[in-house]
Ligand binder design. Structure first.
Ligand code: GTP
Ligand code: MG
Length: 369
């Protein structure tokens, strides 16, 4: 049996096995096996340099526009950025990756308009694999849907999932320590939703013989398998409903229903018209916030606070990260810093390299001469 047939056989067996407590461990083992076989198949296929598109990443963050042909990706890119992406009234206008730079709150956010993501993309048909490899390197996925084709959302998510992109979730909270003997020991805190036996089986299938595994949250078999593979990418996403200018107010109910049918909260979906440039300010702000960008205003000796060109960092980053981003020898010469603003207990608080910064902090670095 060839690898493809083996994969199909396992998929069929999973589909035909009812899921319950007595079959859970078996299904777990099958899913773990399936993940590895797919990996092997892919490694074979990628000999011809299939990773494609070397798009140079510039700016403070990168956003991938993901959507079917003709939903308005290029129009949106052009409306948001300084790029000139070809817009056509026919499908597949965008045959290459078109980058553009969006400036918002002093941050430079690179948007990538990638070719229409079509059915079977994750399987490598129709050049979709290249699209997906671009998406994998982004910091945020921006779904572009047309208000008339909300159902495309399901397919888009499936394609990304099949290409090991996990959206709006975090990696499983677990730790594994390899040992020399003693078999596989499972420790869980609270009900994690899986039998200890299932967890052990999945680990065994992944080649662990002796190991301590600790799970600290509820998890599915698929999430457990993901947690064992090192090539899963976790990204946040935003959903836009474009061409909102074309719908009558009474059709809005239908759109909202469609959204809910796809587990989307109409309140969280951003309705826009790329063509008429409506709803774009809200979209820019949501992009900025979802990536978790923050502005830090540098207080430069003798020149005062620079509010025009903030240092752009991510939520959770520290004074040390700020020094690195500024470059030069600031880190080597660092003595201490003074912070005012949201992260400071009081104005001019003296802090060290590990101090966490927040949006709109004012930062002064005191360095050795
Ligand atoms: N009415 C209206 N038309 C739009 C809007 N956005 C895009 N269009 C039109 O939809 C068509 C397709 O737009 P594109 O921006 O080329 O779509 P695309 O997603 O880039 O398509 P591909 O490059 O083929 O993947 C064009 O005729 C646009 O003028 C919108 O907000 N409202
Ligand atoms: Mg296009």
């Amino acid at each position: 049996m060839g690898l493809e047939e083996e994969i199909e056989a396992i998929e069929e067996e999973i589909a035909n096995t009812p899921y319950n407590k007595s079959t859970e461990a078996h299904i777990g083992r099958l899913k773990a096996k399936l993940a590895q076989k797919k990996e092997t198949l892919e490694a074979r296929g990628s000999g011809g340099g299939g990773e494609g598109y070397a798009v140079e990443k510039t700016g403070d963050a990168t956003v991938a526009l993901v959507g079917f042909p003709s939903v308005g990706k290029s129009t949106l890119l052009n409306a948001l950025t300084n790029a000139e992406s070809e817009i056509g009234a026919y499908e597949f206008t965008t045959l290459n990756v078109h980058p553009g730079m969006l400036e918002h709150n002093g941050a430079n956010i690179q948007l990538l308009d990638v070719p229409g993501l079509i059915e079977g993309a994750a399987g490598g048909r129709g050049g979709g694999r290249e699209v997906l490899s671009v998406v994998r390197t982004a910091d945020l996925v921006l779904f572009v849907l047309s208000v008339f084709e909300i159902e495309q959302y399901a397919r888009l998510r499936e394609e990304l999932y099949a290409n090991k992109i996990r959206l709006d979730t975090t990696p499983a909270n677990m730790s594994i320590t390899k040992k020399h003997k003693g078999g596989i020991n499972v420790t869980t805190s609270g009900d994690v939703g899986l039998e200890d036996k299932t967890i052990a089986e999945v680990l065994r299938e992944h080649g662990y013989v002796n190991a301590d595994v600790t799970l600290r949250e509820e998890i599915t078999v698929d999430e457990l398998v993901d947690g064992l593979m090192d090539n899963r990418i976790y990204l946040p996403s935003i959903v836009t409903a474009n061409k909102a200018d074309l719908i009558d107010p009474d059709y809005l109910d239908t759109v909202n229903e469609e959204l809910r049918a796809h587990d989307l909260d109409p309140e969280e979906v951003i309705f826009i018209s790329a063509e008429e440039q409506k709803g774009l300010d809200g979209l820019k702000e949501t992009i900025y916030e979802t990536i978790g960008l923050i502005r830090v205003y540098m207080d430069k000796p003798g020149r005062g606070v620079d509010y025009d060109e903030p240092l752009v960092l991510r939520e959770g980053q520290t004074v040390e990260d700020a020094c690195r981003k500024i470059g030069g020898d600031f880190l080597d010469r660092f003595r201490f810093a003074r912070v005012s603003g949201p992260s400071a207990k009081h104005d001019d608080q003296q802090v060290g390299l590990d101090h966490g910064l927040k949006d709109e902090d004012v930062l002064r670095l005191i360095v050795r001469r």
